[in-house]
Design a binder for this molecule. Structure first.
Ligand code: NOJ
Ligand code: CA
Length: 551
């Protein structure tokens, strides 16, 4: 029964163990601290956590540089603590997904250490080497402006090695069957420890052929091999891919028969959501949804607003990108890698509560599964004095105690935001929990409603014409139930007129407030949306189909 596809309607919360909660006062968040905050997460209504990398690492790219796949970074605890944590999460009905970073290792990984020292080492071919600096070494850099090349000379090997990302992250030769075997072994290990799946880092690069020229091909069959392995071990485990690709490639990732990846982040839609929020024009968003509509029935999109990286706007037109920059990140200091904005969501929206609710309401009603980021439920801000993406990775703000109650230490791993409108004195979980009107409590309520509207994860959607570019309406239909969501992206109050076409559509029950809508005698609804207003309606009369919330 398809009901078993838990990921179709989960609410995912992503966090970094190191900046969430410190239990032992060393300034670094840990599994013990995270465990103590599981009740908070459960209260918020999230039912899947995505943990950023927590394995042993020199931490030069926030853990995306792993030096031992089979150890928890000692700063976060032990494997024992990790298993305690997955168990405790399970007790609360929360699944745990983890980052799987296997495109590259840290240069401190014993595989690389052995490979660079000895050309006859069995690990030599785990990486990619060249005698001379390849002429394409200046192309394909992921961090332009910071990264200088993709081939760096290793003095010990006396050769150049390939690195798609920073130079301390040598790429694994993922076409090597022995490397693929290692990847499966790592997956199998963590599945045994209780994870529900993996967020696979840098997926397009993992499956590419890698060599001394920039030309490459994608080996999509690898995706099916990963998938099969996963499901032989744990039937309902999933892979959620980080793959910021053009829409015509999506089905290669999902597989025509749904035999490859279960989930992908919808980067294409994400960029048009920000364009819509910045410009007030929803047409490109509607188009992007259409372009990414196609997916196998068992697959699902993961939607998000901000994540731990910069907001990558690289797939917008120059003109569209410029509009988002002007509206949401006008200063050079707010921009990164010539393509994105590195701020947190709240400051990008001027801390305007109406716009934050609008953005989140939109996220929660996009076709797919919503992924939210720690601290966004409080409206946390950023610290642009911190380098690159660290500005949006500051510790969770729990209370008004020193360092926001994140740690007892004098010096946290990254400084907590203090002073000003986003400082922990103003923005913290303890105060917001007690205030019924807080963003935290709003988020909890919208998550609860999202759980009550499974049509969004399961149903077919259509965009409903509202007569205004800045008012975006979508209808979901699933098993004789329908839901209509409407978002006013503009600052102006707007009256819309809509015809839903069927008898059922004569009554709209407001799921978030008291004003329901009844069609006039021509079957049209007249709805007045306030500035940045949003509505979630169940289509149909009061008491209709009692198995769904319609009161
Ligand atoms: C994508 C991750 O999201 C990013 O944070 C990281 O720097 C790169 N992959 C390299 O692992
Ligand atoms: Ca600690």
């Amino acid at each position: 029964m398809i009901k078993d596809l838990w990921y179709k309607n989960a609410v995912v919360y992503c966090l970094n163990v190191g900046t969430f909660m410190d239990s032992n006062g060393d300034g670094i968040g840990d599994f013990e601290g995270l465990m103590r905050r599981l009740d908070y997460l459960s209260g918020l209504g999230v039912n899947c956590l995505w943990l950023m990398p927590f394995q042993k690492s020199p931490q030069r790219d926030d853990g995306y540089d792993i030096s031992d796949y089979y150890q928890v970074d000692p700063r976060y605890g032990t494997l024992g603590d990790f298993v305690d944590f997955t168990h405790e999460a399970k007790q609360r009905g929360i699944r745990v997904m983890m980052d799987l970073v296997i495109n590259h290792t840290s240069d401190q990984h014993p595989w690389f250490q052995a490979a660079r020292r000895d050309k006859s080492s069995r690990y030599r071919d785990y990486y990619l080497w060249a005698d001379k600096k390849p002429k394409d070494a200046q192309s394909g850099m992921v961090f332009p402006g910071v990264q200088k090349t993709t081939w760096t000379r290793d003095p010990i090997a006396g050769k150049y090695y390939f690195h798609r990302f920073y130079k301390f992250q040598p790429d694994l030769n993922t076409q090597n069957p022995e490397v693929q075997e290692e990847i499966r072994k790592i997956m199998g290990f963590y599945l045994e420890l209780g994870v529900c799946g993996f967020r696979m880092d840098a997926m397009p690069f993992v499956i590419q052929t890698k060599g001394t020229t920039a030309a490459h091909t994608e080996r999509y069959t690898m995706l099916r091999e990963f998938r099969e392995f996963l499901q032989w071990r744990v039937g309902d485990a999933i892979i959620l891919a980080e793959a910021n690709v053009e829409p015509d490639l999506n089905m290669h990732y999902f597989g025509d028969d749904g035999d490859r990846l279960q989930m992908m982040f919808n980067f294409w839609v994400n960029q048009r959501v920000f364009y819509a929020l910045a410009s007030g024009n929803s047409r490109p968003l509607a188009k992007a949804l259409e372009q990414t509509r196609n997916r196998p029935a068992t697959a699902q999109w993961a939607n998000f607003l901000r994540n731990h990286d910069e907001l990558d706007l690289g797939r917008l037109s120059d003109e569209e990108r410029q509009i988002v920059f002007e509206e949401m990140g006008p200063d050079k200091t707010m921009q990164l890698y010539d393509r994105g904005i590195r701020r947190r969501l709240a400051p990008m929206l001027d801390g305007d509560r109406r716009r934050l609710e609008l953005a989140y309401s939109l996220l929660f009603t996009l076709p797919g599964t919503p992924v939210i980021r720690y601290g966004d439920e409080l409206g946390m801000g950023d610290n642009l004095r911190l380098r690159e993406r660290n500005c949006a990775r500051t510790p969770m703000q729990w209370s008004t105690e020193p360092h926001a109650g994140f740690t007892r230490a004098d010096k946290p791993i990254l400084p907590v935001i203090t002073g000003g409108p986003y400082g922990y004195e103003q923005v913290n979980a303890a105060q917001q929990r007690r205030d019924p009107d807080s963003l935290l409590n709003w988020t909890e309520r919208i998550i609860r409603m999202r759980h009550e509207v499974p049509e969004i994860g399961w149903g077919d959607y259509s965009v409903v014409e509202t007569g205004h570019d800045h008012v975006f309406a979508m209808r979901y239909d699933w098993r004789n139930n329908s839901v209509l969501v409407v978002h006013n992206l503009g600052a102006a109050q707007t009256e819309i007129e809509m015809h839903l076409g069927d008898k059922l559509g004569r009554t709209l029950i407001n799921l978030l407030g008291d004003e329901h809508s009844h069609a006039d005698n021509k079957g049209r609804h007249h709805i007045v949306l306030e500035s940045y207003g949003y509505r979630w309606y169940r289509v149909g009369g009061l008491g209709y189909l009692l198995d769904r919330t319609s009161y």
